[in-house]
Design a protein around this ligand. Structure first.
Ligand SMILES: [Zn+2]
Length: 293
């Protein structure tokens, strides 16, 4: 199954449903950052929900999201836009923790790997100021945290389900998720029906494992009432370039640039999001130095 997001209206226009499959996207993140299973699950869930949020903004707008916690991952950063493109960064990719006991025994301990902390969401809506809102993390399991974010910060009662299933060789077997949002006209009857569906639904990765498609999951979530609105590709893409990094180097102070030129005779810049390396030789750095004046 290819990566994409299906957006539907459901319950006679009283709810909107986003369902995504994101295996290739999360696998790309894993190979780029060298994440271990629990970090793959944490970053994968975060990228998947972010890609769906990107599809909620207009063309040319973008969202930057950051999760900071006191767990071993420390922080994750994701950027997304209206084209369904995401890219991310993770402080400590080598995290592999599982729950030892309780109902989640044996499962990847994403909440433990993230810990207590905050979710910051910054929207760049092409206005003079960006808008940032922050919430304390509920559980660090990502899905719960976004459920709380949408309800408290965006005043849109929502439920978010996210999942990443890792193969024994640590590659990504399945990844995906959903967001179901109640619209202001939602009736008590619809709310009750959605609560019933959510309390019975299995984890998204289990549904994909059973061979269900994005359409099948939309059907379950909507109790068969879904009407397709649109379908979008989602992907892990970084648009960095040497020209863009040259612009960032121009912003450095003169002293730092001089050190690169006189002592290092060059500079190598590594993109945090895709790990591409860009080399600037002495002459190129001198040109950047001149451009500053
Ligand atoms: Zn890059």
């Amino acid at each position: 199954m290819k990566d994409y997001c299906l957006i539907s209206t459901a319950y006679h226009g009283e709810a909107r449903i986003y369902v995504s499959y994101s295996q290739a996207l999360v696998e790309k993140a894993r190979t780029t950052h060298g994440t271990w299973p629990t970090a793959s699950a944490a970053l994968g869930r975060f990228l998947t929900v972010s890609a769906m949020m990107g599809l909620m903004v207009k063309d040319g707008e973008s969202i930057t999201l950051k999760i900071e916690g006191d767990g071993p991952i420390e922080y994750m950063l994701v950027e997304t836009n209206a084209k369904g493109e995401v890219r991310g960064d993770i402080k400590n990719p080598e995290v592999y923790l599982t729950y030892n006991s309780g109902p989640k025994a044996g499962k990847l301990a994403v909440g433990k790997a993230v810990g207590n902390g905050y979710l910051h969401v910054t929207k760049d809506l092409n206005m003079r100021h960006n808008f940032t809102s922050s919430i304390a993390l509920e559980t660090g399991e990502i899905g719960d945290d976004f459920t709380y974010y949408f309800t408290s910060s965006e005043q849109t009662p929502s439920a978010v389900g996210l999942g990443v299933l890792v193969n024994p060789d640590q590659s990504i077997k399945h990844a995906g998720g959903f967001i179901i949002q109640l619209l202001p006209n939602a009736s008590e009857q619809t709310i009750t029906q959605i609560e019933k569906v959510l309390s019975n639904i299995q984890a998204v990765t289990e549904l994909f494992e059973q061979g269900l498609s994005v359409e099948d999951i939309t059907d379950i979530l909507s109790s068969g009432t879904a009407k397709k609105l649109s379908e979008h590709d989602i992907a892990y893409i970084c648009h960095c370039s040497k020209e863009k990094f040259a612009k960032s180097l121009e912003k450095l102070d003169v002293k730092t640039l001089q050190t690169f030129i006189e002592e290092d005779h060059g500079a190598e810049v590594v993109c945090h999001f895709c790990k591409s390396k860009y080399h600037f030789d002495e002459d190129e750095l001198k040109k950047i130095h001149t451009n500053k004046h």
